[in-house]
Design a binder for this molecule. Structure first.
Ligand code: HEM
Ligand SMILES: CC(C)=CCC/C(C)=C/CC/C(C)=C/COP(=O)(O)OP(=O)(O)O
Length: 296
């Protein structure tokens, strides 16, 4: 977001949480919770798990703001964030991130289960430290490996309700894991000059735009194939299958457009589509779970 935040306001703290990203993370986690059982998951568990996973993701996002504060100040997309703007001190941000992270862990340990608490903690460290401190500055595969943290929420939602890791939950993980590279690289192509300026080795900077476009196309094809698995394993039904194929073809269409029209606008449209794609495919999983339609 590039709007200038109001000084000394709660909006600064909200901005630290990357609220739109975390909202989608929470949605995918909730879909994991609903898909984990045939009927309705227990409402108290649903609320505690949503709160715990959401606060952990927000804490990870705030730590990312703290660690990246210098690079963020150099890039047009990020320079209006609360730390580069000087609206919050580093101490404010760390205290905030630490507090919500601790609350998240206490909720998950005492009101959900220790497996979910442990896996959520791994995801938090995976994004806030492993990705932000090391991978992001080291290798153009940063977001492929770091994507595991962002892919975890539906798995976390599932373990919150059942206490165990089910292969179907791993399919949900796989969908977000394969979705992340085309999601991010579309944006990275449009913002490649900014990343080059701050020496962050994103794929379009290190391997060029043509190679990145090809990778996006290959990942969208792999994504369409991966999204067939919930149907092929009997986890989901026709509504999901039709949605996954249409949405997947849509993503491939955008990736092909990027090969044809080499402007930043097409790249940003692909990035915007990736977000709608993830929202809709998880919505389809949810609708299909409660209103299954079978081939007779
Ligand atoms: C390593 C993994 C990921 C990377 C590197 C990444 C990168 C990014 C970047 C750089 C932005 C632009 C942010 C901005 O300008 O404010 C963004 C936006 C967004 N991302 Fe991702 N992302 C990742 C994973 C995810 C995941 C797992 C989700 C949700 C499940 C997600 C959902 C979104 C949404 C909803 C936006 C739009 C935010 C807005 O409009 O403010 N991303 N992503
Ligand atoms: C459950 C749990 C703890 C999950 C944590 C996952 C999480 C918060 C993922 C966020 C993904 C994201 C926005 C990455 C961009 O970071 P960036 O630093 O590359 O982007 P930026 O330049 O916009 O800051």
């Amino acid at each position: 977001m590039t709007n200038k935040p109001d000084p000394h306001s709660w909006k600064n703290y909200l901005a630290l949480c990357k609220p739109r990203v975390v909202a989608l993370i929470i949605f995918t986690a909730m879909v994991g919770m609903f898909l984990a059982v045939p009927g309705m998951p227990p409402p108290d568990l649903l609320i505690y798990a949503t709160l715990g996973i959401g606060l952990a993701a927000a804490s990870a996002a705030a730590i990312n703001h703290f660690i990246d504060r210098k690079a963020d100040a150099e890039m047009a997309r990020t320079k209006y964030r609360p730390l580069p703007m000087g609206e919050l001190s580093a101490w404010h941000v760390l205290t905030f991130a630490g507090s919500i992270g601790l609350i998240a862990m206490l909720i998950l340990i005492f009101l959900v289960n220790t497996l979910t608490a442990f896996l959520t903690f791994l995801s938090l460290i995976g994004y806030a430290i492993v990705y932000t401190v090391y991978l992001k500055k080291m290798t153009p595969q940063n977001i492929v490996i770091g994507g595991a943290a962002g892919a975890a929420p539906p798995l976390l939602g599932w373990t919150a309700i059942t206490g165990s890791v089910h292969p179907h939950a791993l399919l949900l993980f796989l969908i977000i894991f394969v979705w992340t590279p085309p999601h991010f690289w579309a944006l990275a192509i449009a913002k490649r000059e900014e990343y080059a300026k701050v020496d962050i080795p994103m794929l379009p900077v290190t391997h060029g735009v043509a190679f990145t476009r090809l990778q996006i196309l290959l990942y969208t094809i792999l994504l369409l194939i991966s999204t067939l698995l919930p149907y092929l394993t009997g986890m989901s039904n026709l509504i999901y299958l039709v949605s996954a194929v249409l949405l997947g073809l849509g993503f491939i269409y955008y990736a092909v457009q990027m090969m044809r029209k080499k402007d930043n606008k097409t790249a940003m449209r692909t990035f915007a589509y990736s977000i709608i794609y993830l929202m809709l495919i998880f919505a389809a999983l949810l609708i299909d779970h409660y209103f299954p339609v079978y081939l007779s």
